[in-house]
Each structure stands twice: as structure tokens, then as C-alpha cells.
Design a protein around this ligand. Structure first.
Ligand code: HEM
Length: 196
């Protein structure tokens, strides 16, 4: 629907029988984590820095709720209301959009301000202009470990599409369950034993 690369999706992936909220923390990247920690989490899933940068390019679509970046736009520091890493116009727009976010927690901003409904490489171009919404988005464009890949994908959409598709295929078979260790769920967010 939004365009972008295609890649083969292997059918019949089994999901496990254990699902605990307490297992999530430490296994998922959070926007305020230092980039080293985010890199380490991806590395622990056998994903390289380059694969990580390519996968986060998924932020070319979708949105983020204001609370995910509110600390960057309200009372940021003594000298500045908003994070100076933001493009000033963007920061002001976000402050307006999120003005009531505590009362209206549903408020959200597009991850890719420029082309929110198109899967393209605009996300990386945005990062270079102070339009990265999350701390983790912005960090990719400034950290020397990730910046070269941001530059490459911003300049070469074909390469981004290729690398994104490869990394998604790799992700789809990561720790895949086989035999009796899993089941193909009828509903993706529930064990088959749970009847509606
Ligand atoms: C550095 C690693 C990442 C961090 C810290 C991160 C963080 C986030 C956060 C905080 C949101 C907003 C959630 C909300 O407010 O509802 C979000 C949205 C999203 N993320 Fe990520 N993410 C990361 C990597 C990825 C990867 C690897 C993918 C997919 C391959 C991805 C795909 C998406 C999509 C599609 C959305 C939009 C969801 C929607 O519109 O409902 N992200 N991400």
C-alpha cells in the first residue's frame, strides 16, 4: 500500500508458548537508550550496525505518540525549551501538535514528516536536516558508527531497499520455532489455546 521493496515472506512461521511482559525490557530498543545499548541489543539478535540502520528505515512510515519525544520539546534545558538538535521550525510545530498531550495521550506525530505515507528513503534525508523525531533517530545521523550508513541510504534509495529487504528476511527466520516448540497462530497476538 505504501510502496517500497518486496521480499519473500516464508509461510508457517511458528510462535512460542511463552509470552511475558517482563521478558521485553532489555530485548527491545527504547528511544532514550544510548546508541551503544541499542547497537548491543541488535547485535545480541545477530544484527549488524548496518542492518540496524537499514531496519530503522521502517520509520519512513507510521507515527509516534507525543510522550515518546515530549522531553525533547518541553523544558528541554535551562537555555532552551526544545532540543537544539531539532530543526527549529519542526520543534515549534511539534510543540503545537503536542501542547495537550497529557490530556490527550492519543496525539501523535508522523515519523517521516515529509512523506509519511510513502515507503522511501526520505527518513534518512530527514535525519540530516534535524527532522529525526526520536532521540534514537537523531543519534543515527550524528554517531560516527551509524552516520556513514545514514549518508549512504539518504543518497541511494535502491541500496536502502535492498538492505532493508535482506534484513527483514533475516529477521523473519530469527529464532524460528520448529516442531512441537511452537504453533502457527490463528490470531497473531494470542496462543491458539485461548478461545475468544
Ligand atoms: C532504534 C531502534 C528503534 C526504536 C528505539 C524504535 C522506537 C519506536 C517508537 C518509540 C515508536 C512509536 C510508538 C508509539 O508511539 O506508538 C516507533 C514506531 C514505529 N516503529 Fe520503531 N523503533 C526502532 C526500530 C524499528 C524497527 C527495526 C522497525 C521495523 C523494522 C520499526 C518500525 C516502526 C514502525 C512501522 C512504527 C510506526 C508504528 C505506528 O504507526 O503505529 N522500528 N518506533
Amino acid at each position: 500500500m505504501v510502496g517500497g521493496p518486496t521480499y519473500p515472506v516464508r509461510l508457517g512461521r511458528k510462535d512460542g508458548f511463552v509470552s511475558k511482559a517482563e521478558d521485553v525490557e532489555g530485548n527491545i530498543a527504547r528511544p532514550t537508550m544510548p546508541l551503544s545499548q541499542i547497537i548491543a541489543i541488535f547485535a545480541s539478535k545477530n544484527l549488524s550496525v548496518q542492518e540496524m540502520v537499514a531496519l530503522v528505515g521502517a520509520h519512513t512510515i507510521g507515527f509516534c505518540h507525543c510522550k515518546q519525544f515530549s522531553h525533547r520539546i518541553f523544558n528541554f534545558s535551562k537555555g532552551s525549551e526544545y532540543d537544539p538538535a531539532y530543526n527549529p521550525k519542526f520543534a515549534k510545530g511539534l510543540r503545537k501538535l503536542c501542547a495537550n498531550y497529557t490530556k490527550d495521550p492519543g496525539m501523535a506525530a508522523f515519523n517521516d514528516l515529509m512523506t509519511p505515507n510513502k515507503f522511501d528513503n526520505m527518513y534518512y534525508q530527514n535525519l540530516q536536516r534535524g527532522l529525526g523525531l526520536l532521540d534514537s533517530d537523531h543519534a543515527l545521523a550524528v554517531d560516527k558508527r551509524t552516520k556513514p550508513y545514514v549518508e549512504m541510504y539518504a543518497a541511494n534509495e535502491t541500496k536502502f531497499f535492498q538492505d532493508f529487504a535482506h534484513a527483514m528476511e533475516k529477521l523473519s527466520i530469527y529464532k524460528v520455532k520448529t516442531g512441537r516448540k511452537g504453533e502457527v497462530r490463528h490470531k497473531c497476538d494470542a496462543f491458539n489455546s485461548i478461545k475468544p
